[in-house]
Design a binder for this molecule. Structure first.
Ligand code: PB1
Length: 341
């Protein structure tokens, strides 16, 4: 080796010496590790107790009647699943202006909660709270006569639904509606009912008016009947307003924060986690992101497992503590396999 080369390569700039075997590569990657505790699994519950409905736009994801969900969750809990995020989907119950059936006794979530608590005593159950799956107009809040969001009535209704789910057995209330002040309204109704110490609030803190929600709207039958959600979900280009949303929800008592979707919002994730390091930070890999990755792997663009673990690891490196992903069952299998090896 020439003297000139020896002089040129300073000792600390030799990188190969710290990455030439897997153990060393793992040492560099510890902050990206994924354990079952880093995963929350979104599940759709329907009224028909013994039905299972595939969702064409989300291959591998289905809507479950409660008895089918028990069958499906049992092996996942045995593999280490620690938390789920529950979404109700109705077909025979009616939808109206104020989402009456969001918290009616026949609502599939209200009926499922006590059973899920009994069957899976160690599973943490979060419930999405929103009007859109139950409202005739498909918006996430109550509308005025002019078709605008009536924010005061909306957060009152969101709080009522939250209370119903809390009383039915939810550990966590996760309001995805994006109304101003809904976190404070939910915390207040929990306090008024002495549930503030046993029911948490996972805020959909920085949730953007994204183009990545399409498959979910198929799954939950929750697309707006007219217009869009740009007047209450954050503008995709808005970083400042996202940080203001985080500050608002922290002030109002959120227990956990979230960025959603995640792929196009990793900068927001880093900023929010850096500003509020004391809060567990959730990210939601939404339906469009799920299906996009799935489709690319099916077309042979990349190996699903390698690419997905690289993507999930990037969320963790950017500050995510918990990843809400429809890939949870697959990742649980891969984690179990890795520990068997
Ligand atoms: O996976 C996803 O796409 C999640 C979609 C999300 C559920 N929390 C909503 C986004 C939307 O449809 O606007 C539902 C809003 N309540």
């Amino acid at each position: 080796m020439s003297e000139a080369y020896k002089k040129m390569v300073q000792k600390k700039h030799i990188l190969h010496s710290s990455i030439f075997n897997q153990t060393m590569r793992d040492w560099h990657s510890l902050k990206t590790e994924i354990t079952p505790k880093n995963l929350m699994y979104p599940v759709f519950i329907i009224e028909a107790e013994n039905e299972l409905q595939e969702i064409p736009s989300m291959p591998g994801v289905a809507r479950y009647g409660i008895n089918k969900l028990k069958e499906y969750l049992t092996p996942l809990v045995q593999k280490g699943l620690t938390s789920v995020l529950v979404f109700g989907v109705i077909s025979s119950l009616s939808k109206d202006e104020s989402a009456t059936n969001a918290d009616s006794p026949n609502n599939p979530v209200v009926q499922a909660l006590p059973l899920l608590r009994k069957w899976f005593p160690n599973l943490t159950i979060a419930c999405d709270v929103c009007l859109c799956p139950y409202s005739s107009h498909g918006h996430c809040g109550i509308l005025t006569d002019k078709g605008h969001i009536d924010n005061a009535r909306s957060i009152k209704r969101i709080a009522e639904i939250s209370l119903a789910y809390a009383k039915a057995g939810a550990h966590i209330i996760a309001p995805s509606d994006m109304m101003d002040g809904r976190i404070g309204a939910i915390k207040s109704i929990l306090i008024e009912n002495d549930l503030q110490n046993t029911v948490s609030v996972l805020s959909y803190t920085c949730k953007f008016a994204s183009s990545f929600y399409g498959p979910f709207r198929d799954a939950a039958k929750s697309a707006p009947a007219s217009g869009d959600r740009k007047c209450y979900q954050l503008p995709p280009g808005g970083a400042g307003v996202a940080l203001r949303a985080a500050e608002r929800d922290v002030e109002e008592g959120a227990d956990f924060l979230m960025v959603k979707p995640i792929m196009a919002y990793m900068d927001i994730l880093k900023q929010v986690k850096d500003k509020y390091p004391e809060y567990p930070m959730f990210v939601y890999q939404v339906s469009g992101e799920y299906s996009m990755i799935y489709g690319a792997a099916q077309k042979g663009v990349f190996d699903l497992k390698t690419a997905l673990m690289e993507i999930l690891g990037s969320y963790r490196r950017a500050g995510a503590d918990v990843i809400i992903t429809y890939y949870t069952p697959l990742v649980l299998d891969w984690i179990a396999l890795k520990h068997k090896l």
